[in-house]
Design a protein around this ligand. Sequence first.
Ligand SMILES: *Cc1c(COP(=O)(O)O)cnc(C)c1O
Length: 488
Amino acid sequence: MNGSSAGGESAPTGDLTMAPDQMLDLARRAAELLVERDGSLAAGGAWDGEFGEGLAPLLMEDPPEEGRPAGDVLERAAREILPYAARLDHPRSFGFIPTAPTWPGVIADFVAAGYTINVATWLTASGPSQVELAVIEWFRRWLGYPEGAAGLFTSGGSAASVDALVAAREAAGHPERATVYVSDQAHIALRRAAMVVGVRAEHTRTIPTDESFRLDMEALRRTVAADRAAGLHPIAVCANAGAGSTGAVDPLEALADYCESEGIWLHVDAAYGGFAVVTEEGRQLLRGIERADSVGLDPHKWLFQPYEAGCLLVKDASTLENAFAIRPDILQDTIWGANHPNFTDRGLQISRSFRALKVWMSVQVFGMAAFRRAISKGMELAARAQEHVVASPVLESLSPGSLGVVCFRVNPTDVEVGETTVERVNRAVLARVFWEEPALMSSTLLNGTFALRLCIINHNTAWDDVRATLEAIERFGREALAAETAPQ
Ligand SMILES: *Cc1c(COP(=O)(O)O)cnc(C)c1O
């Protein structure tokens, strides 16, 4: 970057710079590539990939000693690297938790990188720090969190979980024999966060869930009581607000009451589901989230941002700084002015990219009404998919359907087959969707039962995309069952 030094017109100033016209050519070509990709996205499949044996010969090479034309390098990346990946923003990308970023969000990442913003401290990035404060303030109000709540952007939900459990551990006085409680539907990010903050693996307790995959309060009470009696020290209960497998939301009000009475930190993992709170339906579903001590949210999921964008909010701003702030000599100059935070004091990272800009820019460009409609649409399409499943003679619903997620399987009422056959049929259906349909779908296990799963949260998905995928599943299911039950 820095194509021209002060006063210079276009001559590159060093070996690692480009002339302005070269910079513009490369940027224009990159923008064209992305716009072309966008235009042809729906016409192709939601996934492509290649085994290492196919890719390694193309890419495992020594770096060139002399440079090559930038346009050629970009074309090569577009030809040999970038196509071999899931197209998570495809309208039929229903696997795992997808995202379909908005263009202003993508451009914000480019601009933030070009400006070389490091949101470590107020001194290095006052404008960007103020925007991070402003966007966190939006999130605070959306959640219904009290004033005095604060937070920071992170790389994602995993990092937010680590930051949350560090704060919880310190708030509890960093006890020697700490325990953490997660439901059997919790994301592995929470177990890993507990491990990172020094909780022994066997001291991360798994609490069972009910038939709706919501944490069982009685089991939690019993486990905590037994742990206290055994001299252990509960430091955090982790609740789901949109569990990855099923979209389940734990009983947040009851958990908040319980954690308050027990003096245990309540962390709500709302990584994918939390932004539903901007809609009326989501607000009802997530009632109680505003009482948690901390909430993790991933803008790179249901707020349509490019990777990486996670976020942690804590109810009491001081808990994060008490846990993380260390003021080293080399950063002594960054104590600059009063009444503004250094984001590095709130979490794991020192150098931090300017993630808040993408949220800020895309919300400025489209407005909240458009975001609300896009999030509502995901819930509506999933509810419609759930109705389709329930009405289908071929499909069986396996979860209540929540926050854009639908779990089901092929299991016709008019065919008698055993559980192992049903599982084999469903695995075969998943494989055929993968190889033959333009859709990307994934599966999960619910109480040991193999379940097909659709996560319908991309803003560019239409009902036809969902319907066509469900109909393909029904067709493949019938065919697989016919093959299983055919006379030998
Ligand atoms: C995605 C997700 C995580 C992990 O977040 P990353 O951004 O992938 O690090 C944690 N919990 C839930 C419920 C998630 O959906």
